[in-house]
Ligand binder design. Structure first.
Ligand SMILES: [Zn+2]
Length: 231
């Protein structure tokens, strides 16, 4: 899960923090800051991306229009998470934690908790997967209708191919093309995983996806603890 930084409330024409009369009005600003990606699963969705409330608006009407309660989410993540209120400390959040450290992405579009975490961290990471149903596949949920795993699987194969091509002819043009393909398809975490040993590509991926939290990486583009947070 890509760690992101939505930054402070955008400013209006008078340089005042924008007030949103409807939460949907924040969509453009959120996409400008974070790109057209689901904040949880990383799917790129040019059209149907919704403004997501970290703490659902139904049980928290006072948070319905709050910029710091907004993310972007696809239909699958949004509907799985639902309207049930959440206790923030029981999960990892892409806008607060280095969520890239929480999970491991593997072949076949799979995602699991990073076994290097402490017991407590593993519990939070698993709760986060469960909150949005991130690890659903036909193998563990025969009724699964969403294609997040399948899209991840396709991107995984694409990224492996790209890595092989790069090993054969490591040109600047090819590196740019791969980054354009990555931003066009989404699933930043998959690309970062496949290019784990290529610092140059990791740097490009961190820079190319808008709003990636640069505080979450060291000079060699390895994930580090997010400042002020446990993960
Ligand atoms: Zn999603």
């Amino acid at each position: 899960m890509r760690p992101i930084d939505r930054r402070a409330t955008p400013r209006d024409g008078s340089d005042e923090p924008k007030g949103f009369s409807k939460y949907r009005h924040a969509r453009k600003d959120l996409i400008d800051r974070l790109g057209q990606y689901c904040s949880y699963c990383g799917t790129r969705l040019p059209a149907s991306l919704a403004v997501e409330h970290v703490r659902p608006k139904k049980p928290n009407p006072d948070l319905e229009l709050r910029w710091d309660n907004f993310l972007l989410a696809c239909t699958n993540c949004n509907s799985t998470k639902g309207d049930k209120d959440v206790v923030l400390d029981e999960y990892f959040w892409p806008d607060k934690d280095n969520t890239f450290r929480a999970f491991v992405y593997t072949e076949g579009g799979l995602i699991e908790v990073n076994s290097d975490l402490t017991d407590d961290e593993r519990e939070l990471a698993q709760s986060t997967i469960d909150l949005v149903g991130l690890d659903r596949t036909p193998a563990n949920d025969p009724a699964v209708a969403d294609r997040r795993w399948k899209n991840r699987d396709e991107v995984w194969t694409m990224a492996i191919d790209a890595r092989q091509d790069l090993a054969a002819q490591g040109t600047e043009t090819l590196r740019k093309w791969i980054v354009n393909t990555a931003t066009g398809r989404g699933f930043w975490s998959v690309w970062m995983t496949v290019f784990a040993d290529d610092q140059n590509m990791r740097k490009r991926l961190i820079d190319a996806f808008p709003g990636t939290s640069k505080d979450c990486f060291d000079d060699e583009c390895r994930p580090v603890r997010r400042p002020g947070r446990a993960l």
